[in-house]
Design a protein around this ligand. Structure first.
Ligand SMILES: [Zn+2]
Length: 267
């Protein structure tokens, strides 16, 4: 799946099929044989370059494959072989692709955000019915609460972006950020609302502070069709919303528990 996500992140923004043709070297165009296309391993065996023309292949390909393998393993260790795990893995996969595309193009595809929301909602309902044996009625009610949380999430981030844009007199939030946040909260439910917002903001700020002097985060060579370019100091927030979504699906409950315990011990 990690390997497929690299293909999705590269081809979807270009409007190309993710199914065919098979992978080829972007430099010499020679197709990549299956034995040179083994996730993570092939990148190291080939020394990060094309077998034929020796053009360098970014380490990101192997990094994404390894990252998604570790994430999947962690989810299954945390939630066992359940529908809930499957949901976290599928939602996580789309989030990784969204983050990569936001990094490269400063765009969040609303269709991909919608897919996060739909997979999250359907997966949550199926998990309640199949994993926990809850009857269909109460399961649907719970799905509705996730949908309501997603709607509130949209309003919250959209409202914040609107107020900040007015205050700063410039675009403060990308158009795809609020729908992505809403979709993530459709998957996590109410419990994820504040943790995802907090984790995305704090990690975004840290990343921005660490990297703003060495060129910033995201591809700076981008120019959209309408002439938009990332300003100096701008941050592709979608990367951090996606990261926070992965974190909350994996350890959200532990984070909230640790926070509540810390507060109880203080009082
Ligand atoms: Zn080549």
């Amino acid at each position: 799946m990690g390997s497929f996500l690299n293909v999705v992140a590269f081809r979807v923004p270009l409007g190309r099929s993710v199914v065919s043709p098979g992978s080829a070297c972007p430099s010499c165009g020679k197709s990549i044989a299956w034995y040179d296309n083994i996730p993570v391993l092939s990148w190291f065996i080939l020394g990060g370059q094309c077998r034929h023309c020796k053009a360098p292949f970014s380490f990101r390909y192997a990094g994404v494959e390894a990252f998604f393998g570790v994430y999947t393993l962690a989810i299954v260790m945390r939630w066992d072989l359940t529908i809930h795990s499957l949901t976290c893995i599928l939602v996580g996969a789309i989030l990784v692709a969204i983050a990569l595309i936001d990094h490269d193009h400063w765009l969040i595809d609303d269709r991909m955000s919608a897919a996060v929301g739909v997979v999250g909602l359907v997966g949550h309902g199926a998990s309640l019915i199949i994993d926990t044996g809850l009857p269909i009625g109460p399961s649907l009610v719970s799905v509705a609460t996730h949908l309501a949380a997603g709607a509130i999430a949209f309003g919250l981030l959209f409202g914040m972006g609107y107020v900040m844009s007015k205050a700063l007199d410039k675009e403060a939030l990308g158009g795809g950020d609020a729908p992505l946040f809403a979709a993530i909260i459709c998957a996590t439910g109410w419990a994820g609302l504040l943790p995802v917002l907090m984790l995305a903001s704090v990690q975004g700020l840290i990343g921005w502070a660490l990297l703003s002097r060495s060129g910033g985060i995201g591809n700076r060579e981008v120019e959209h069709e309408d002439g938009w370019k990332p300003e100096e100091g701008a941050l592709p927030l979608g990367i951090f919303l996606a990261l926070a979504g992965l974190e909350v699906m994996l350890i959200g409950e532990s984070l909230t528990d640790a926070y509540l315990n810390a507060v109880r011990n203080l009082l």
